[in-house]
Design a protein around this ligand. Sequence first.
Ligand code: SF4
Length: 371
Amino acid sequence: MNTFYALYDTYDWSDVLDSIYAKTTADVHTALAKEHRNLEDFKALISPSAKPFIEDMAQKSAMLTKKRFGNTVQIYAPMYLSNFCSNHCTYCGFSIHNKIKRRVLTTQEIRREMQYIRAKGYEHILLVTGEANNIAGVEYLEEAIKIAREMFVNVSIEVQPLSQEEYARLIDAGLYAVMVYQETYHKEEYPKYHLRGKKSDFRYRLETPDRMGQAGIHKIGLGALFGLEDWRTDSFFVALHFKYLQKRYWKTKYSISFPRLRPHEGDVEPKVAMSDADLVQLVCAYRLLDEDLELSISTRESDVFRNHIVQMGATTISAESRTNPGGYTVDPESLEQFSINDTRSTEEVVETMMSIGKEVVWKDWEHFQNF
Ligand code: SF4
């Protein structure tokens, strides 16, 4: 099957990086003046030359977001099913070499956690696992999705990459969306962060969204982990990946997430810093590239930042997240994948969103429109 890898392979990381940093003020003016922007415009908008224009970008982004999404903000809850993992990723607390207590939720525990989340009002749940096929494989995921569909309208997953057939099977079980982040698109540096396990296969991971598209997943979530390599270059490749997928799997919806490296067990320091202003610039640049794209900001970010970014272009937020299996009711003290930043309760987040004029949508936006 022809995949994104063929297109990706025609690009060189250093050339892309140089071309972004070579963008001028005139390029930014051109990009801002356009009604429809291409990837070269996107490069200009994420370049250092666009920094003095962040205010302009934020205004345009807010306007486009309002036009497409009204005053809404989607809210969802992540739920960790398992922290078993066969990979060694240098930036993650669940890494196989970390001597932590491992847990995979039983059917009964899954129900208990879900009932707690549902009682908070959520209709959209994101099921998360480490990558351990022998412990939380497709059968386990299928069962968890079926239970989730008894209570939730939208079920998304963020788990190990699967085959096309396995995605199709999970769609039959009620799966709606899949998040899979490449972490970094820098092929030469990628092995330094992914030392062991299936995730060390750069190409297999890169081709995962193609397998989802072929299987007919309704929504695909992309992203890079900021802190590993140059965030501008990684963001360009995320945009390239998105544009490729959008053209090829045109019935599918897309979302982009913006994880910045957070403290975790066995800490690594971010190699590359990304400031709050950088993240605002990036969120707005994606909005100016595509009006329909969902832009998601998790509890890795602070309450203050999240309250602001939903007014500039972000459409989706999580709340009251636990990043450990059983973290809501079953085993609140088990080790988190990473520590969260915004620790507000669901009620507090909803109240704040309403106070800044946002209508909270508990289902996925598309379902909100259709039901
Ligand atoms: S990032 Fe994912 S694959 Fe890597 S160690 Fe953590 S849970 Fe496992």
